[in-house]
Design a protein around this ligand. Structure first.
Ligand code: ADP
Ligand code: MG
Ligand code: MG
Length: 912
């Protein structure tokens, strides 16, 4: 008979046996998989076990119950931990205490709950006192446990951040009655009383007795961690970061180690490199005699791990070095041996994972324990610097460096920093926790930031300390300023993740939420009062806070590591990247950002500027061809100059120029008063203008008289434009400037349209070149009407190139007006009717399929047909990947998205 083994739900780590590995994140969650990996590497990890994410899935699929074999497996795993630790769970003489930690596949910092010191009760507390010889420590651990358990498992934690936590109130009351201000000043007696008071609170609020049985505590905590997967905070976080709810969380149960046993103990967080700017070298923060969350909770200001960082801190805060060594010693100075061991483990982990690590550790009586490691979140600035440096150090290949950076993260390199040298005074200084410059009106709550953003206003979210509930407001604000907390505070972590500037731990701020204002103390100056709504500027690199709006200067994009990193991306990609640019200055910017041509130069602005609009209106009002040609002749030299400008700027590179596209009514004012003004200016009766306006009115202008339909009905307009283009090209050719104009006809739906207009173009061009020199040019079309995509084979016979105009193509293919879709599209997205906004990411199934068929049909007719895209999608990474797969020759996007498209194209070519 074959025995069937029950499915494994539990994986052990620490103390010799390790069942998991780093690549088992799906099953063990990130935390569990990495605890296993560290223990495999022989790093000191307190023993424990991980309950897999499958159990979470089971839990929700089966009415919040566990698989039947779970309890037996947990019992066995716990026995192993007891054996390694040499302590027994629930043993009053020698108790084992554990932490119960959540850990999902994707890291969700602070979103779900962890419970420490579990296993304490009125019996085991005696054992803990015995073991530690430190009653104060024991009761402090006990009261923390009852509080965490009460909050998380028994549901006493307030729903809203403005409500008070009843335990915190009791704690405050205790300090008041003992005449002390710090938690650390409460003695063992006070803490013991607090434990009883906390338990009484539980009884009163929940009508239940606080569980004394450690096993009941354990299963309560495990259930709470699984339960926290569906709490509102976690749900919101998953929505923002697009983490599927189906992933579930794992639960880690781990033997406790104590950082709060005395002055030879500590707890801390470290990064193997600076995650704000990417600079090499370990950095981090620690707190002596403290437990777990204390470092990030912002209750005490943490100390620096390295001496260099501690010195920099002192300098920022104008503290003399003597005093600094006394009151703010670094870990390097305070515990040099432990520091060196930490450094060794950190380097080992970075080498092993080949990426920057974010590490949690605790020091118990001079002994270092590693509690967590994960790939560190970083700013876009740091992401590039780190990828670049790791490749230079030969830790990773250039290929993986290119794959390491999210294309959107490059955006931060293009944002301006504050202009150097401008006169300004610093209002206050905090910690530069996430670089970049932000200007906005002060708001003191997340809700206010959300409201202001809805009204289109820029804000700075100012809080004593942010918390996970603030996440929506943080998304809405330009940047964050907090009074408490360090590099690893919630505000700092979220800021780096969102790529927003943040100044943290700005101790000079005294924030008064009730009166919606703050007082800023300044050394040697009067305190300043800043009310909600006041404008402030923050520099997230230096930690400076300024009053008012500081002007912005050059972005960091010119730094050499950026150029080198982008050159690696360029070596990898096949797709070319062009820019959409209408003016010489935009073209220059695009070129500087790496554009290899212009994929869309719109010409409509050339009819609007200065007094050209008058000539255009004159043309509209003319009764016959002769009158229209007379008016257009006035515009011709100006357009020629425009084309000279942009072609010169793009010398040596192709420039696709689109002939006039919008409907003509856009050139006449619609309102009565404006019409009257214009009548006066043009010396025509207002009735005539009104008549013209009404004649041009269309019920559905986007499907109306526009694009090539104008070229068909008023050929003189396009002829004038072509004349201007070819004249400009000839003028530059004579100066030996290499020009490559590509003339693009918009909105073609039938091959005959293109045939007629192409003949026109060639005739005009021949006439111009006869009198001057010959210049190369091509004629192509946009593919933006579904009929054009479907008949692309025919159209290809008349075109030198296609450019997919995916904005119009999306509108027409989905029958979705971009200007009006706001009324229902958000609900469509929320309900998953469309997986993504089709105006942002190409709708592969519909629009994408039209493109694919068009390309197949067109290439069958003309193998050398040049293919590109010029809709907004051309700068969106997922769509760029799709364009690569389709085999397009280039994408074209707005100048600021050019680096993003270059990187996305490289990643597509590298096949991820
Ligand atoms: P999060 O996912 O929010 O970081 P963690 O599970 O990492 O939550 O735990 C919260 C804090 O408690 C961390 O500072 C962690 O290092 C600490 N901690 C967790 N387990 C233990 C343990 N067994 N011994 C000591 N400290 C622990
Ligand atoms: Mg953690
Ligand atoms: Mg269009």
């Amino acid at each position: 008979m074959r025995s069937r083994r029950a499915r494994r739900h539990i994986y052990a780590f620490g103390g010799g046996r390790t069942d998991g590995r780093a690549d088992m994140k799906e099953l063990l969650g990130g935390k569990g998989a990495n605890l296993a990996e560290m223990s495999r590497l022989g790093l000191p990890v307190p023993p424990g076990f991980t309950i897999s994410t499958e159990v979470c899935t089971h839990y929700y699929a089966h009415g919040r119950t566990y698989p039947p074999t779970l309890r037996a497996q947990a019992k066995e795993a716990l026995a192993r931990v007891e054996q390694i630790a040499g302590r027994r769970f629930g043993d009053p003489a020698n108790p084992l205490l554990v932490s119960v930690r959540s850990g999902a596949r994707a890291s969700m910092p602070g979103m779900m709950d962890t419970i420490l010191n579990l296993g304490l009760n009125d019996g085991t507390i005696q054992g803990l006192i015995q073991q530690s010889g430190n009653p104060r420590f024991a009761y402090d651990s006990y009261r923390r446990f009852v509080q965490m358990y009460g909050d998380v498992v028994l549901g006493l934690k307030p729903e809203h951040q403005d409500e008070e936590d009843p335990f915190e109130l009791a704690l405050e009351e205790k300090k008041r009655s003992r005449g002390v201000t710090q938690d650390t000043e409460l003695d063992a007696d006070a803490l013991r009383e607090l434990v009883d008071e906390f338990k009484a609170l539980v009884k009163m609020r929940r009508g239940v007795v606080f569980p004394e049985d450690p096993h009941e505590q354990l299963w309560g905590a495990i259930g709470a961690v699984f339960g926290s997967w569906m709490n509102q905070r976690a749900i919101t976080y998953r929505e923002i970061y697009r983490i599927p709810a189906s992933w579930g969380t794992a639960v880690n149960v781990q033997a406790m180690v104590f950082g709060n046993l005395g002055d030879d103990c500590a707890t801390g967080v470290a990064f193997t490199r600076d995650v704000a700017n990417g600079e090499p070298g370990l950095i981090g923060e620690y707190l002596p005699n403290a437990q777990g969350e204390d470092v990030v909770a912002g209750i005490r200001t943490p100390l620096q791990i390295t001496r260099a960082a501690a010195r920099a801190w002192a300098e920022r805060n104008e503290m003399p070095e003597e005093e600094r060594r006394e009151v703010r010693p670094s870990l390097e100075e305070r515990m040099p041996t432990v520091y060196r061991e930490l450094l060794r483990h950190a380097e080992r982990l970075e080498r092993h994972y080949r990426d920057v690590q974010d590490i949690e550790f605790t020091i118990e009586r001079g002994r270092l324990w590693m509690l967590q490691t994960r790939v560190a979140k970083r700013t876009g600035i740091a992401a590039v610097r780190i990828a670049h440096d790791l490749a230079k150090e030969k830790r990773i290949s250039k290929r993986s460096a290119v794959l390491r950076v999210e294309p959107e993260q490059l955006d931060q390199w293009l944002h301006p920093a504050f202009a150097p040298g401008t006169e300004r005074t610093v209002l206050a200084r905090g910690l530069g926790a996430s670089p970049g410059a932000a200007v906005g009106a002060v708001v003191f709550s997340a809700e206010a930031a959300i409201q202001a953003a809805a009204a289109g206003r820029r804000t700075l979210l100012v809080r004593i300390e942010t918390s996970p509930e603030d996440i929506g407001g943080m998304k809405a604000a330009q940047g964050f300023l907090t009074a408490r907390g360090g590099m690893t505070s919630h505000a700092a972590i979220v800021a780096r993740q969102m790529g927003k500037p943040c100044v943290a731990g700005c101790g000079a701020l005294l924030i008064d939420y009730a009166h919606q204002q703050m007082t800023v103390t300044r050394p040697g100056g009067e305190p300043a009062t800043i009310a909600a709504g006041a404008l402030l500027s923050i520099d997230g690199a230096t930690g400076q806070v300024f009053r008012g709006e500081v002007p912005l200067g050059a972005p960091p994009v010119s730094r050499p590591e950026f150029g080198r990193f982008m050159s690696w991306a360029d070596e990898a990609r096949r797709l070319r990247v062009r820019a959409n640019a209408d003016r010489p200055e935009e073209a220059r910017l695009a070129r500087a950002l790496g554009a290899e041509g212009i994929g869309l130069c719109r010409t409509e602005h050339m009819f609007f500027e200065g007094d050209r609009i008058d000539a255009m209106r004159e043309m509209l009002l003319a009764d016959d061809l002769e009158g229209r040609e007379r008016a257009l002749a006035k515009i011709l030299p100006m357009q020629r100059q425009d084309f000279v400008g942009i072609l010169r700027e793009m010398r040596g590179l192709p420039v696709t120029i689109r002939l006039l596209d919008p409907p003509l009514h856009e050139f006449l004012p619609q309102g009565e008063p404006e019409l009257a003004d214009l009548a006066k200016k043009l010396l025509v009766p207002v009735a005539r203008l009104r008549e013209k306006r009404d004649a041009l009115h269309e019920a559905n202008p986007m499907l109306g008289h526009r694009g090539c339909r104008l070229g068909i009905t008023y050929p003189e307009i396009y002829r004038m434009q072509v004349e201007a283009i070819i004249q400009a090209a000839c003028e530059l050719a004579r100066e030996r400037v290499k020009v490559l104009p590509e003339i693009m006809i918009p909105l073609v739906g039938a091959v005959s349209e293109l045939r007629i207009l192409r003949e026109d173009v060639e005739q005009v061009a021949r006439a111009v070149m006869e009198k001057r020199v010959k210049v190369p040019f091509t004629v192509g079309t946009m593919i933006e009407v579904p009929r054009a995509a479907i008949t692309a084979g025919e159209i290809a016979e008349v075109a030198d190139f296609f450019s997919f105009g995916t904005n119009d193509l999306t509108q027409m293919a989905l029958g979705l007006s971009r200007d009006d879709a706001g009324r229902f599209l958000p609900e469509y997205l929320r309900r998953g009717i469309y997986p993504q906004d089709p105006f942002v990411v190409i709708d592969r199934a519909g629009v994408g399929e039209l493109m694919r068929q068009a390309i197949v049909a067109a290439r069958r007719k003309r193998r050398d047909l040049k293919l590109g895209i010029c809709g907004e999608h051309g700068g969106e990474p997922e769509s760029v990947r799709f364009c690569h797969q389709l085999g397009l020759d280039y994408v074209s996007c707005s100048p600021y998205r050019v680096p993003i498209a270059r990187l996305a194209a490289a990643q597509a070519a590298l096949g991820t």
